[in-house]
Design a protein around this ligand. Sequence first.
Ligand SMILES: Nc1ncnc2c1ncn2[C@@H]1O[C@H](COP(=O)(O)OP(=O)(O)OP(=O)(O)O)[C@@H](O)[C@H]1O
Ligand SMILES: [Mg+2]
Length: 584
Amino acid sequence: MTARVTRVAGPTTSVRGLFGVALNDLVLVGEERLLGEVVRIEGDLATVQVYEDTSGMRPGEPAETTGGPLAAELGPGLLGLVLDGVQRPLEALAARQGDFLARGASLPALNRTRTFRFDPALVPGQRIRGGEVLGRATPLGGPPGRPETVLVPPGTAGRVEGVKSGDFRVDDPVASLEGGRTLSMMHRWPVRRPRPVARRLPPDVPFLTGQRVLDCFYPVACGGTAIVPGGFGTGKTVLEQSLAKHASADVIIYVGCGERGNEMAEVLDEFPRLADPRSGRPLLERTVLVVNTSNMPVAAREASIYFGVTLAEYFRDQSLQVALMIDSTSRWAEALREISSRLEEMPGEEGYPTSLASRVAQFYERAGRAVPLSGEGEGSVTVVGAVSPPGGDFSEPVTQSSLRASGALWALSADLAHRRHFPAVDWGLSFSLDAPRLEDWFRREGAPDWVELRDEAMRLLQRERELLEIAQLVGVEALQDSERVAIESARLLREGFLRQSALLAADASSPPAKTVALLRAFLHFHRQAADAVGRGVPLRAILDSRLDEQLLRLPEATAAEAPGAAAAVTRAVDETLASLEAVL
Ligand SMILES: Nc1ncnc2c1ncn2[C@@H]1O[C@H](COP(=O)(O)OP(=O)(O)OP(=O)(O)O)[C@@H](O)[C@H]1O
Ligand SMILES: [Mg+2]
């Protein structure tokens, strides 16, 4: 007996007669066989959330289960793809059908006609287990690509009967196991289930962002999580994109989730043209873009972050360092809210489902650093999730649930953005739980005094805040020179160290050596100027000496030039202050 659609309410449909169907199974709904996911089962009635526009669909149309949950295709050829929220390759679809996607359009994520040279890593007779390396795949034809690791699907176990080497497509059998099972270079994995690892590793290596304010004050570990909440126009997208370009990751998974259509069009237009600062090759060669605009159906938007994290885990399992950027998780939460309200579930805070906090937490738990099942090397998934709180109000449920689930808060301030201080990271509000565990690394690889310099800078900013409060009451003139020198030094630190323009090529990314060179120079100025003032040099004379201009030009130095430039400014500070003291 065929299952039938009994009710259509937007993307939410009811289907009777899907026997043996399980929650989260995929169903093809209606004459057009639109893809949907089972979100509720009551007796023989299933509620199916369809990923596409259902207009025109009527009760009585047939439906059919695919017999499995929503799953991602994993295999060679993923890098460089632009996928939609349910992993359809947009470029290939557009080439076939024009820019406007027809409903029911289906194309597998991985190109079935492309060939790879497969070099096996196994021999007949060998016992294998899931997650082990099956071989390497080198793309043939088209632009030259790096060989990719091919994994035995997790959950597989057996003895190898035969292996092939040569040119194959992703779904051709390349190995057979005793008992008749065959393996190809690709496999499928249910996106809502975390992929297993052999062993989790402690988060004690930093995920270097190239942003001074983050790496110095609020560093996140490889395998850690950070959220970036910020009101409208505070720089979330610019920050996510500069991390995509400059952060210490081998692979970037960028999920554009339900942002405005034109913003996604910009990403699609811009990303393929970006050059990888590491190699000069197109950045897209080590990126997978998952894009979902707000005009795509909510269910696909809801699914997109799970596809994103599954792809990220797949590359982690190849012992790669992966960064998963999501812009913005709020649109995902809104999709969740919309689905929940269609299902007439009991709403929680602000209409979000009561499960919001646990879903957010489960999602961020998929980040981590681990030894993959292969036992070879280590990989990581670091998640940076933008949050768009309405009205910039961080007390709303999505920001709050994300805050509890993540290891770092990089809060963007509307006030700083308004003053065009970018990145508009609020150094009073942000925090990192990972920072203490990363101190050893920064002492070892950054500078022996990294932590002391950081603490000194923090104290200076804190002191500025206190002094400015007093100044508001009594006026700056009423402050003593020794206090005003702290205010001036803090201003320089903010403008020349914390501030970092994404538009200035030399400063778009600041590696630890540049970061620490600048920090030393700014703090040296503060210490020496405070001493000089203490010995009677008038503050006015120091301010007139134009040392500030030299300090504020330091960010323009490239990473290679920065240590030399900082040393020169430091000398200038010493000489100028000595000559001012000499005329006393
Ligand atoms: N690091 C930066 N350096 C220079 N300019 C920046 C930087 N970050 C943001 N800006 C400026 O701020 C503008 C807005 O940034 P962005 O689009 O990233 O904000 P957003 O938080 O994503 O906004 P929305 O809420 O609309 O998504 C940019 O177009 C740019 O002019
Ligand atoms: Mg944005």
